[in-house]
Design a protein around this ligand. Structure first.
Ligand code: SAM
Length: 248
């Protein structure tokens, strides 16, 4: 039946494609993709050949109309981005929204996402995370946003481009307590994968210690603010203990 499959693709290592993704990519009538050349390469790698439809951030609205018309005609279509999970700091959300609004079926095929891969290997003990993705590129807007994040207790997850990574680390170190832990997850699933954890105060020095570190893709995790002990709760517990001690 007519379905839009939202298919996660690898973030580096092609063998991270799922069996289900390969199955669905082999049965759909067309694949809507962020960059047709990129997706053609991935498809060829697995011996798959399907019509490709361009669906990038500059044509999402028109692409949605095209896809809806094809789905209404009974087609099955896969939606992929260049790497990882579509609609996560990637195009796709508008298309999914429009397809759902048209009453058509949307099915996710989970797989790689840089954010989740980084969290899983970071060792930061926190079951809450706050996904931010890319910070604004303008320094003033970036710093305003970081100030607004100062009291977040969950681990924060940022995406950053290699040419801005040092500047980003300096901005994080300036905005948050220097003792907070930061994790740089670089080139995940690729040959030069590197996962480094240190206090924010040491972040810039670590990046500058090796020229290669200004290349490659990064997920940056920053520990949330330490939860201040709630003074009122502590006082209530103290009084309760006194009362309990007096009970027969
Ligand atoms: N949709 C993708 C996902 O699910 O992870 C994210 C796409 S976003 C346009 C690209 C950013 O994701 C990069 O700038 C980088 O911050 C992060 N990223 C993607 N692949 C990565 C990898 N192999 N290692 C580290 N970070 C990666």
């Amino acid at each position: 039946i007519a379905t839009l499959y939202v298919v996660a693709t690898p973030i580096g290592n092609v063998t991270d494609i799922s069996l289900r993704a390969l199955h669905v990519l082999s049965l759909v009538d067309a694949v809507a993709c962020e960059d047709t050349r990129n997706t053609a390469q991935l498809m060829t790698r697995f011996g798959l050949h399907k019509p490709l439809i361009a669906a990038h951030q500059h044509n999402e609205r028109e692409a949605a109309e095209t896809l809806i018309a094809r789905l209404q005609a009974g087609e099955r279509i896969a939606l992929v981005s260049d790497a990882g999970t579509p609609a996560v700091s990637d195009p796709g959300a508008r298309i999914v929204d429009a397809v759902r609004a048209a009453g058509l079926r949307v099915v996710p095929l989970p797989g790689a996402s840089a954010a989740v891969a980084a969290i899983s290997a970071s060792g930061l003990l926190n079951d809450q995370f706050h996904f931010i993705g890319f910070l604004p590129s303008k320094a003033k807007q970036r710093d305003t946003m970081l100030q607004q994040l100062r009291n977040v207790t969950a681990t924060m997850v940022f995406y950053e481009a290699p040419h801005r990574i040092v500047e980003c680390a300096a901005a994080l170190a300036a905005a948050f307590e220097p003792t907070r832990q930061v994790v740089f997850a670089r080139e995940l699933t690729k040959l030069f994968e590197e996962i480094h954890r240190c206090p924010l105060s040491e972040a810039v020095a670590w990046l500058n210690a090796d020229a290669h570190r200004e290349k490659g893709e990064y997920v940056v995790l920053v520990e949330g603010v330490a939860e201040a002990e709630d003074a009122q709760d502590a006082e209530a517990e103290r009084i309760l203990a006194l009362l309990v001690a007096e009970l027969p």
